[in-house]
Design a protein around this ligand. Structure first.
Ligand SMILES: Cc1cc2nc3c(=O)[nH]c(=O)nc-3n(C[C@H](O)[C@H](O)[C@H](O)COP(=O)(O)O)c2cc1C
Length: 209
């Protein structure tokens, strides 16, 4: 591991064109990652804090980007959801190795309008919608067979029918208060630009790498 290293060289100076639209660069970088064929270009790591103040993180898929809000979908009774409900501040990181770019976002997460979650649910493949019903996410599971039996039960229950959004499933949007764009440059002289929500709009600061 000590000798595994790579010099980054793709990046150019980060320019935030419109401070009134701080997530515009995220949207453009996401598009670059999609166009560049990156695996799971919308995968992001979300950190929450549990009741003892311990940080906990896991990957989710970024599925919503509007104004200062970014969103993802999940089980509303999962650990992450319970943690968000008790302490709404979360932190998210996206890393595209092929693009040598990282984005960090901090802000408060709130539950998304149900209509948005319904729209998204309706767009998912049938089996993913069945799986949303079958998974008691984050709770102990006795065996693989138990999960597969639950999947088959819901699969038969909704046979030939529309699969509704489970009442325990939905989305969260994070209202960004802080965004950091990072781009790799040669000799570890990377680019970092941090945007913070201030009283009169967004402030921009460059940071040492
Ligand atoms: C690439 C990737 C994408 C994922 N996307 C989601 C997602 O969008 N929503 C979700 O609930 N879980 C997603 N998961 C699973 C979560 O990482 C996690 O295992 C699950 O949500 C339970 O987390 P929790 O117990 O902390 O609530 C994803 C996992 C990976 C590896």
């Amino acid at each position: 591991m000590r000798d595994v290293r790579r010099d980054y060289g793709k990046g150019s100076p980060i320019e935030v064109k419109d401070l009134g639209n701080p997530l515009d660069l995220l949207s453009r970088w996401l598009q670059d990652a999609i166009d560049g064929g990156v695996t799971e270009p919308n995968a992001m790591n979300i950190a929450t804090v549990d009741s003892k103040g311990n940080p906990r993180n896991r990957m989710v898929l970024l599925k919503y980007l509007e104004g200062d809000d970014i969103g993802f979908f999940t089980n509303l009774k999962s650990d992450k959801s319970l943690e968000i409900r008790a302490h709404s501040m979360v932190s998210a990181t996206i890393w595209w190795p092929e693009m040598e770019r990282q984005v960090r976002i901090e802000g408060a997460a709130t539950q998304m309008d149900r209509e948005l979650a319904e729209d998204y649910h309706a767009s998912r493949p049938r089996k993913s919608r069945v799986a949303a019903w079958a998974s008691d996410q984050s709770r102990p599971l006795g065996s693989r067979e138990e999960l597969e039996e639950r999947f088959d039960q819901y699969d038969s229950m909704f046979d030939g029918e529309d699969i509704p959004l489970p009442p325990f499933w939905g989305g969260y949007t994070i209202r960004a208060d802080k965004i950091e764009y990072w781009e790799g440059r040669p000799s570890r002289m990377h680019e970092r630009v941090s945007l913070s929500r201030g009283d009169d709009g967004w402030d921009m600061t460059r940071l040492y790498p």
